[in-house]
Design a protein around this ligand. Structure first.
Ligand SMILES: C[S@@+](CC[C@H](N)C(=O)[O-])C[C@H]1O[C@@H](n2cnc3c(N)ncnc32)[C@H](O)[C@@H]1O
Length: 211
């Protein structure tokens, strides 16, 4: 058994989320558990709860993605970008991360895992031009919606979607971002809860569409 598998607390949930890609998810988890703290990617308290709080929590977003190119803003350790790229080999991912050491980790990990659907762009979202536009954007723990929306809306193609993971105060954040939401002309704004009754670490998502 790998260290990643040893950290798994809900094997049946993991298999439902990752299917035949479960071994890749285990390899990534093992690697993050071994090297994440030393590389400053995760705090020491996160290792024992890596699987539930981070891997499963991110993988719950996978069913919301559609074929196309997803930009993951501020991927850091690869959360949610690498987890989603493992769960959804039918979707292409651009991991947009400005910090050199983190971008290096993301490149090395995606190569090691053989993820052909991942490219890494070492830049800030504000400086990352995608002429054809991205289909969807994901982000987790980057910044408040009131700042994240104006820093990312230019990256989306018409009809593209923001799918941002948020904490328990999501509704307050949406309220505080009302001006940014109007300015970016976001439509179908909603807050979604994923994983209820499946895992203790539910995931909250802000989803909205651009015209
Ligand atoms: C707190 S970490 C979260 C990392 C990861 N998403 C997670 O959930 O563990 C925030 C990350 O956002 C990145 N970041 C900050 N500002 C950014 C920007 N303007 N564009 C893209 N990434 C940014 C940081 O370099 C950092 O890796």
């Amino acid at each position: 058994m790998t260290e990643g598998a040893a950290l798994e607390t809900e094997p049946e949930v993991a298999e439902a989320l990752f299917g035949s890609r479960i071994d890749l998810a285990r390899q990534y988890t093992t690697s993050l558990a071994r090297r994440g703290e030393e590389l400053g990617l995760i705090g020491p308290l996160e290792v024992p709860r890596l699987w539930t709080r981070h891997i499963v929590n991110c993988a719950l977003v996978a069913p919301l993605l559609r074929p196309g190119v997803v930009g993951d803003i501020g991927s850091g350790a690869g959360l949610p970008g690498l987890v989603l790229a493992i769960a959804r080999p039918d979707v292409d991912f651009v991991l947009i991360e400005p910090m050199e050491r983190r971008a290096e980790w993301l490149r090395a990990e995606s190569n090691r895992l053989g993820l052909e659907n991942v490219t890494v762009d070492r830049s800030r979202s504000q400086d990352a031009p995608y002429a054809e536009g991205l289909t969807q954007l994901t982000a987790r723990a980057v910044t408040a919606l009131s700042k994240l929306i104006p820093a990312t809306d230019h990256l989306l193609a018409p009809g593209g979607e923001m799918v941002f993971m948020k904490g328990a105060r999501i509704d307050e954040e949406i309220e505080a971002a009302s001006k940014a939401i109007r300015k970016a002309r976001l439509r179908n704004v909603e807050s979604i809860v994923l994983g209820e009754g499946i895992t203790p670490e539910i995931t909250r998502v802000f989803r909205a569409r651009v015209d």
